[in-house]
Design a protein around this ligand. Structure first.
Ligand code: MEV
Length: 396
């Protein structure tokens, strides 16, 4: 039976949310909790896609719809699919569940479809691909809104002499999975999304985003995207941090309060335009984030925790905390190295860095939060199993 399963982790922001929107550095870490996507050929005769056994309704699944139009065109012979989604990342809570879904689904589709290469081509060299998306090539545009009847992934020059085809894990590329994840997140969110979630879910570990190429970090690529506010550029890095011999954990507390990211971002933007002198607060978050990054690179988790708590005071000052989050933060603080809200705020989650995960988790639960415990820096997207690949090969 043809089947492929891929999974990707959720994420948690350690430093710099909101300030990153104004170009300051921010760091996210991949958590243990993951979303898993399984693809099979649909066994129904009606040629319809299915998600979790139900008929696929494009408006309900904008991420899957946008991926389908980029990677699985019916006009090129792509067969109907049955998709199963499972996992332990709570949805709409700022932990990157939709990015994890998009990144895992894009890896699954690539493994199942495979990739044509130009003559003598190497699968790990985007310049040799006959199809695909990468920050290293500029002749395909994953962000294009012209998808109808067009294979956006096709590279006109290489496609004419494509000779070899790879599939499964060999065809999957992290930059491509992150890029597809970013594009479909942006489409689903009205054109606004930083690549923080998609890159962390794809690469795993620790991801640093900034307007500049940062010292001490491993620069991966530049992301450029047009947003309703104009063109944006991000430098995406991974951080060379090993936490294997460290006895530190994240305890994430979910307030259960729903606050859309777009509203929180708009609130901060309004405050900055009404009182431009408050940009000093954004810059201070940047200074704290840099101090936190330095501490992370040194493995000094006491200093990492202090930077997280200072970062939270600035976020509270910006007006993006709420009483429910403050209650959880106060409960976690005595047993933690540092504690802050994580993500857009106004609700959603807080995070504590702690050497006593059980105690911290109990304190948060007693204060009314639902908790998750995670080690820091987990694996990024991966193919967990595959059989009977490829599902199809696009016709020339
Ligand atoms: C949301 O998880 C993080 C924000 O900084 C928004 C963004 O980076 O796009 C609030």
């Amino acid at each position: 039976m043809a089947k492929v399963i891929a999974s990707a982790p959720g994420k948690c922001i350690l430093f710099g949310e909101h300030a990153v929107v104004f170009g300051q550095p921010a760091v996210a870490v991949a958590i243990e909790q993951r979303i898993s996507v399984s693809l099979e050929l649909s066994d129904k005769k009606d040629d319809e896609w299915r998600i979790d056994g139900m008929k696929f309704i494009a408006s309900k699944h904008p991420h899957v719809k946008a991926l389908r139009s980029r990677m699985w065109q019916k006009s090129a012979g792509a067969p109907a699919l049955s998709i199963q989604i499972s996992g332990d990342i709570p949805p709409a809570s700022g932990l990157g569940s939709s990015a994890a879904l998009s990144v895992a689904a894009s890896a699954c589709l690539r493994a199942a479809r495979g990739r044509w290469l130009s003559e003598g081509g190497n699968a790990s060299e985007p310049k040799d691909w006959a199809e695909g998306f990468s920050s290293k090539i500029d002749d395909t545009d994953v962000y294009s809104d012209v998808t109808k009847g067009k294979d956006l992934a096709r590279r006109a020059e290489n496609n004419g002499h494509r000779t070899s085809h790879v599939f499964g894990e060999l065809a999957v590329d992290l930059d491509e999975s992150a890029l597809l994840g970013h594009a479909v997140e942006a489409i689903a969110q009205g054109g606004r999304a930083s690549p923080m979630d998609s890159s962390t879910c794809a690469h795993g570990g620790f991801v640093l985003l900034s307007d500049n190429i940062e010292n001490g970090a491993d620069w991966e690529y530049t992301r450029k995207m047009s947003t309703p506010e104009g063109d944006r550029t991000w430098q995406v890095h991974t951080l060379p941090i090993s936490v294997e011999d460290q006895d530190v954990y994240l305890v994430i507390g979910n307030s259960g309060v729903h606050a859309p990211t777009s509203q929180q971002v708009a609130k901060v933007a309004k405050a900055m335009s009404q009182e431009p002198q408050r940009m000093k607060e954004i810059e201070t978050i940047g200074v704290i984030a840099r101090r936190g990054i330095e501490a992370l690179l040194k493995g000094d988790f006491e200093a990492v925790g202090r930077a997280m708590s200072e970062n939270h005071l600035m976020l509270r000052g910006l007006g993006v905390s709420c009483q429910e989050l403050e209650n959880l933060i106060r409960a976690a603080a005595p047993t933690s190295l540092g504690v802050k809200l994580t993500g857009a705020g106004g609700g959603g989650c807080m995070v504590a860095l702690t050497r006593n995960p059980k105690q911290t988790s109990e304190a948060i639960e007693l204060a009314g939060g639902r908790t998750l415990i995670s080690k820091l820096g987990n694996n990024g997207v991966r193919i967990d199993s595959d059989e009977g690949l490829p599902f199809w090969k696009p016709v020339a």
